[in-house]
Design a protein around this ligand. Sequence first.
Ligand code: COA
Length: 165
Amino acid sequence: MNQQFVFYQPSMDDGWDVSQLIRACPPLDTNSVYCNLLQCHHFAGTSVAVRKGDDLVGFISAYRIPDKPETLFVWQVAVAESARGHGLASQMIEHIVAREAAQPVRYIETTITAENEASWALFGRVAKRYGAPLAREDLFTKEQHFAGQHDTELLVTIGPLDLTR
Ligand SMILES: CC(C)(COP(=O)(O)OP(=O)(O)OC[C@H]1O[C@@H](n2cnc3c(N)ncnc32)[C@H](O)[C@@H]1OP(=O)(O)O)[C@@H](O)C(=O)NCCC(=O)NCCS
């Protein structure tokens, strides 16, 4: 049987599978299982999970920035290798934005390292999808914030989003 992708709001019961998926998706930083449980609990309303049959094949953790509630910060995006190239990551972002329609998201922020081509392509596509400009600037820098141990994370801001598109 050809199984479909099912998109849904995660719950605590997804936390363990999320931690396994993140582990299988370098270059994402792995988190403690406890962190993934919090994402699936406190941030569930602005996060999304995707299953194909029993398998968790996609996950985005995101939240509204506390002092900028119109801005959705996308924390991590993970798609299992077997499910890549079908537009799943872009559809997950659209799913969250659509779910939040009652209190519209006007901006999307994320951070990306200069080398992560897949991420740049993904967020470039999101900007196009919503007819919005994409701005970038250094946020967490290699020397100042990561003691030279991690590449600089650039802050990417997309918006204002045209939600009528
Ligand atoms: C990045 C990732 C989430 C993309 O998932 P996906 O479901 O295959 O992405 P989509 O199919 O929605 O593709 C979105 C865009 O990115 C492009 N893209 C996807 N993977 C790419 C890659 N490895 N290199 C270059 N471009 C890529 C697609 O072609 C598409 O662009 P287009 O509309 O111009 O064709 C997935 O590869 C992944 O989990 N990677 C490992 C973890 C990671 O790097 N996460 C991103 C951190 S935000």
